[in-house]
Design a binder for this molecule. Structure first.
Ligand code: S3P
Length: 177
């Protein structure tokens, strides 16, 4: 896919469990770029876990921290940015990312997402009586935001390495000559 701009960075968006962090690390290696993860940035600067921030201050406070971090990313170059799953639901975040990054969405089905996240406990939004239904509901609500990415890649039938190769290819196509 062609974009009218030459992005300095690459941003990965998508639902929890679509592999943004593991794919992002691989792509950063392939491109010899730095790697940043917005959740890790928030945890480092607050010295608290995402679970803790949600429990003590609520989701709105977490979203405000995300917004701050996104604004700062505009000064970056040669960086692969992995983003928290809810970050693109604030349209300002997507607008900001698109000023400096090619935005690629990693897409998965609710079933595959459940397969990947069911054994993990660090995601407060999935601490729910029916986490599988929560995944379906959130994914449906967020789909319009994810679809605003420059490129959409289905990860269901691909390994992290295969997805990373696709992401690298798309970035090279968008930044060539
Ligand atoms: C969230 C996704 C998480 C993290 C927080 C909220 C979301 O990131 O930002 O738990 O709203 O989908 P990952 O997508 O990396 O799991």
């Amino acid at each position: 896919m062609q974009t009218a701009r030459t992005p300095a960075n690459l941003a990965l968006i998508g639902f929890m469990g679509t592999g943004k962090t593991s794919v992002g690390r691989l792509v950063a290696e392939y491109l010899h770029f730095n790697f940043l993860d917005t959740d890790e940035m928030i945890q480092a600067r607050t010295n608290r876990s995402i679970n803790d921030i949600f429990a003590r201050e609520g989701e709105a406070a977490f979203r405000a921290l995300e917004r701050e971090v996104v604004k700062e990313l505009a000064t970056r170059e040669r960086t692969v940015i992995s983003t928290g799953g809810g970050l693109p639901t604030n349209p300002d975040n997507l607008v900001s990312l698109k000023t400096h990054a090619l935005v690629i969405c990693l897409w998965s089905s609710p079933e595959k997402i459940w397969e990947r996240v069911s054994h993990q406990s660090h995601r407060p939004l999935l601490h729910d009586a029916d986490p599988q239904q929560k995944i379906r509901d959130l994914l449906a609500a967020r789909e319009p935001f994810y679809k605003q990415a420059d490129v959409l890649i289905n990860t269901d039938l691909r390994s992290a390495r295969e997805v990373a190769q696709q992401v690298e290819l798309q970035f090279k196509l968008a930044t060539r000559g």
